[in-house]
Structure formats: C-alpha cells, structure tokens
Design a protein around this ligand. Sequence first.
Ligand code: GLU
Length: 358
Amino acid sequence: MKKLTPLISFLLLSLSLWANTANSTQRPRIVILATGGTIAGSASSSTQASYKPGVISVEQIIATVPDIEKIAILKSIQVCNISSQNMELSIWFKLYNTIDSLFSNDLCDGVVITHGTDTMEETAYFLNLTIKHSRPVVLTGAMRPSTSLSADGPFNLFNAVSVAASQKTINRGVMVVMNDFILSADDVTKTNTVNTAAFSCPNYGPLGYIRDGEPRFFRESVAKHTVNSEFDIKGMNTLPPVEIIYSYTFSSIIPVRALIEANVKGIVVAGVGHGNYSAAVKNELEKGSRKGVAIIRSTRIASGGVDCAAEDYDPSWPVAYLKNPQKARILLMLALIKSSKSSESLNPKEIQRIFTEY
Ligand code: GLU
C-alpha cells in the first residue's frame, strides 16, 4: 500500500479484509461514503415539510433498502453527517483521498456518495476533475427526509448502487443519480428547490436512466474528466481562493472591490444574459485583472452558457462556456493550482483552453 495519512491507512486496513471476503461472493464491491443531507434527514411527522437534514446514520439508510444487498456487497463509511450548505474543502479532500486509496488498492469496484442536494453538483464536479480512476463514482441524495411518506432516498440509493455496480458505467466520469435519471457531473444542476424531480442537465440532457436496477445510457459526457483530467491534487489540502459575484440591475461594485482587496486569485462573474455586467463593475474587474486576478465570464442564466462572441468585453478575459458559475469556480480553482506552484499568473489563453476542454 502507498504512503497514506494515518486515518486513511486505518480505514483501508479495516476494509482490506472485507474486500477479500467480498471478492468471493462474485457481487460487485461497493463502498458507500455518507455525508448527510435530506436522505439522512428526519421530521416529526411523515407529512411535514420541515425537517432536520443529516440526522440518521448510513447503516439506518441502508436498512430501508433490503434488496440492495442482492446487487452488490456493501461497506459503508460515515464521512460526516451535515447539510451540504456546510460542505468544506477539508471534506472534499477527505472524499478524494479515500476514493483514490480505495481504487488504487483495489478495495472496491465502485463508490456511492450520499450527499445533501444543495451542493451535490459541486462535489460531483470537483471529484469528476480530480479522481484519476475509471471505476464509477455516483452521488445521490433525496428531496424528502427518511421519515417521509414516499421518501425518495431509498429508491435513489438503490439506483445509485445499481449504477456503481454495473460494468456499463466504467469510464463515464462522476455521475449523479436522482429520480431514476443518471446525470453527468459537468452539466447536472439543481433546478427545483422542493420537488423530487429536482435535478437536470440543462444543456445536454441526462446520460441515461435506470429501470429494474439496470442503467440504460443514451449519451456520453464530451468534456474531459477523471482519467483524462490534468488536475493533480495528490498531497494537497487547499485550493487557490476563487469567489463568485452576481450581476443584476444597477449592481454595486462593493463586492468586487472587497474581493480584490481580500486578494482572491480569481473571480467568476455570474453575468446577466450572455455573461454581461455593468460598465461600473467592468471597471472594477479591470483593476483586479491588472493586479493578476483571473476573471471568468459566466452567466446566471440556466442554459446556453457564454462563448467568446460577446459585446464590448476584453477578448482576453476567458469565458465559462456551458459551466454554471459554481462549476466555473471549481474549474478555475483547479486551473490556478498551476500558477500557485509557479507564483506566476496563469495566461488567460491557457485558462480559456481549460474551459474549452473541461
Ligand atoms: N440543505 C440540505 C442539504 O443540502 C438539505 C437539502 C437536501 O439534501 O435535499 O444537505
């Protein structure tokens, strides 16, 4: 086994016995990494809309899906039990290191992550760009808490394990499974705050769907991911700071100024329409750009993205294409690792190349 942190070494040691025994059962070995969210949520009545996320354990969630053990042999790890608005960089690194070690040491065939739905797309995209393995990683969650009448979590978990256990899902990048659909990490986003049909891929549509525990695909992700990704975060525990500003009618320049003063390395603009913002905001961003802050033009609009053919903007400022602002931020943080290692600003042309390929 490679050199690892003590916590991960301990985890892997306890998993290696399981992995060897599991091998003899002929079923795929799936590890469930639980992080919390509504799938682990609980309410005081089965019809109540308000509830507390991240309450029940991963073992309790699995116990609500009895047929799951027929499709895979399972091992679960409670990574944390939080609402995903409280997701932290340290937990992203923990997920990355655990998954990398599991696959590098052949301890499982696929990974399922249970996650709060609010930021699930961001964790999925981060892992899509950093995990250097072709084995499936699937995120799932729920819109209704575990105590709900018609809770959606158990079926979502069954479907997610089915996808992670299938040979058809090798080398498809990190996926999100919700409401019977398989969605690609690069395009998936949350488009409804309450409904069980809360997720969609607004630009490309879903990768496929699941019926009777069988994934059926009708497209592939065209963006670079996992084994083809150039981003190497091994041994790291932080990323360059990149923030987002939101554009709207007569928006203030205060947030842009504050971010530049705080020495952020990058700013993603969630522009209006085709990545537009006011002349006043543009002026502030130009000051940042002169100081070496990387600026990316993205949009607050759900689909269509931003390409280079824009209004009177500096053509050297890269655009996010179809990445939404929260994903453009993750891609820029990873792109900027290169400049943080060399202490030189990353050439905007190089940033644009990255946004074209991922
Ligand atoms: N806000 C909570 C979270 O993202 C609950 C939402 C959910 O999981 O659906 O964890």
